[in-house]
Design a protein. Structure first.
Length: 333
């Protein structure tokens, strides 16, 4: 929906200056006006207008406009979604050395979006952007080295590139660096370093890091053991829909860890994780229905959740489901 916010006098003055420069064919001004329409700054938000101004500058070789026009085509914003056009414009910008375009071109080759999937080309484009200091690209170069995709597997290179991105505050890299220290990948295992990097990413709202930091507090690894801290970080991750955290929070309520015993809460968190396909949560939600804890007792519901977990190979669910068949309980699918 278009923005109706009141624009400041400063923005109005800046808009007049930019419009004056666009009338003279200034590509930087055309690109700037495209950004303003895209973000609703100084003008009413309008993706089609943004794309038109990007195109004017892109046609005259402005790398930033080419990159942003490529993103518009990729996402179908202001223009019809078109992977071929997205790749073409992104490539024009990447060939001019635009680091963000190089990074996005790497993503396209990595995922096979608009181009044939090619890990080596993905790694090469990531590296071009990484060498210019692009944090996202540095992180992905690290992942390529870690997994041996497009480059030879090399833990030392993986750690080095991941650290470069992490040092720039890139949350995903901070999490993966924490994971490397946690597991001793590419260097010495170090719980304190792992917890420190998890915290940096967790403080930025990275759900997986919040969960792993919760685990560190739960187990007293790299930090003092603290059930309340563990539960707090699990909850932050769970509230973002991270299934493993939802499951673990359910277990805490189920078992009364940190004096939190609450069958209804346990069942509610199990259900959230179970609905995402978490086998353990499906089993325990089945158990809640089986025993009538936190939910009304219901053999059919219990069997349905046991079955979901059993079909994923969860041994306890397979055993209990078999026992229900043996005892003639309600196991309707």
């Amino acid at each position: 929906m278009p923005s109706d916010r009141i624009h400041t006098n400063t923005e109005t003055d800046e808009l007049a200056q930019v419009l004056g420069r666009t009338a003279q064919g200034d590509t930087n001004a055309q690109f700037t006006l495209g950004l303003w329409y895209a973000n609703g700054r100084g003008v009413r938000q309008d993706d089609e207008e943004a794309a038109e101004w990007y195109l004017k500058a892109a046609d005259r070789g402005h790398a930033g406009a080419q990159n942003y026009l490529g993103r518009m085509y990729f996402n179908g914003r202001g223009v019809p979604q078109n992977d071929t056009q997205a790749v073409a414009w992104t490539l024009k910008a990447a060939d001019q050395g635009d680091a963000d375009a190089q990074f996005h071109l790497g993503l396209m080759y990595d995922r096979g979006q608009g181009v044939e999937q090619d890990a080596a080309k993905a790694a090469a484009w990531y590296r071009k952007a990484a060498d210019q200091g692009h944090a996202g690209a540095q992180h992905y170069v690290g992942r390529m080295y870690f997994n041996g995709r497009g480059v030879p597997q090399d833990d030392a290179q993986a750690v080095a590139w991941t650290r470069r991105a992490a040092d720039q505050g890139y949350a995903e890299a901070q999490f993966h660096l924490g994971l490397m220290y946690d597991r001793g990948q590419g260097g010495a295992q170090d719980d304190a370093e792992a917890a420190a990097w998890y915290r940096k990413a967790a403080d930025q709202g990275y759900a997986e890091a919040q969960f792993h930091l919760g685990l560190m507090y739960d187990r007293g690894q790299g930090v003092a053991q603290d059930d309340a801290e563990a539960a707090g970080w699990y909850r932050k991750a769970a509230e973002q829909g991270y299934a493993e955290a939802e499951y673990v929070l359910g277990r805490m309520y189920d078992q009364g860890q940190d004096e939190r015993q609450d069958d209804a809460q346990a069942a509610a968190w199990y259900r959230k994780a179970a609905d995402q396909g978490h086998a353990g949560a499906q089993f325990y939600l089945g158990l809640m229905y089986d025993l009538g804890q936190g939910v009304a007792q219901d053999d059919a519901e219990a069997a349905a959740w046991y079955r979901k977990a059993a079909e994923q190979g969860y041994a306890e669910a397979q055993y209990v489901l078999g026992r229900m068949y043996d005892q003639g309980q309600d196991v309707r699918a």
